[in-house]
Write a protein that binds this ligand. Structure first.
Ligand code: ADP
Length: 191
């Protein structure tokens, strides 16, 4: 199995690129943000628990997030590999993911970061906020809070995966097609 983490700050294009990657490499795409939003829309217990965190641009507590991710993997086991999008976002999530995958005889093959500056990201997110109505994309303070969450809790994962020799980064600036080609080239060199 080929299991990848698509990594990067909010708005870096993880979801967009994950769609291309899942089709090209026949991977099952798990986006924790999408899962939370689906649960919020359908007003499940999980959605009610997560809602205020998403509204404020805070990370949802690990216990909730890790359980949701594990359930999603366990309910979709007959696949060629997974693409994890938006998970892990804390050291605890990353360690739990390794432990969990090992328990089902899997592991992470590569973590690939999309590298984009915060200035560029703010304008992308505000544009997305106009199209999707995502409230966390419509307010600069909420966007900045998400960057703070990334810088305080998520960016340490770069070293976590570097230490495992699994960290790669591609330039996330340019056209969607160009970025997709960079990712395909990188992944083709890894498999
Ligand atoms: P973006 O990458 O643009 O912030 P996502 O859809 O990945 O968008 O995430 C939206 C929100 O969902 C986050 O701000 C956070 O509240 C919640 N979330 C998503 N993934 C996680 C995670 N792994 N841990 C905690 N919270 C998460």
């Amino acid at each position: 199995m080929f299991n990848i983490i698509i990594f990067g700050k909010p708005g870096s294009g993880k979801g967009t690129q994950a769609d291309f990657l899942k089709n090209k490499y026949d991977l099952y795409h798990i986006s924790t943000g999408d899962l939370f939003r689906k649960n919020i829309t359908t007003e499940t217990k999980l959605g009610l628990e997560a809602k205020s965190y998403l509204d404020n641009g805070d990370l949802v507590p690990d216990t909730i997030t890790i359980k949701m991710l594990e359930n999603e993997v366990l309910s979709n086991k007959d696949v060629k590999g997974y693409i994890f999008d938006g998970f892990p976002r804390t050291l605890n999530q990353a360690e739990s993911l390794d432990f969990f995958l090992e328990s089902i005889n899997l592991n992470i093959s590569a973590t690939i970061a999309l590298d984009v500056s915060e200035d560029e990201l703010i304008s992308r997110l505000l544009e997305r906020g106009k199209i999707t109505n995502r409230s966390d994309d419509q307010d600069v303070d909420k966007i900045k809070n998400r960057f703070n969450e990334y810088n305080n809790k998520t960016s340490i994962l770069i070293n976590f995966y570097k230490n495992q020799d699994k960290f790669y980064s591609v330039d996330g600036k340019g056209s969607v097609d160009d970025i997709t080609s960079r990712l395909f080239n990188l992944i083709d060199s890894l498999i």
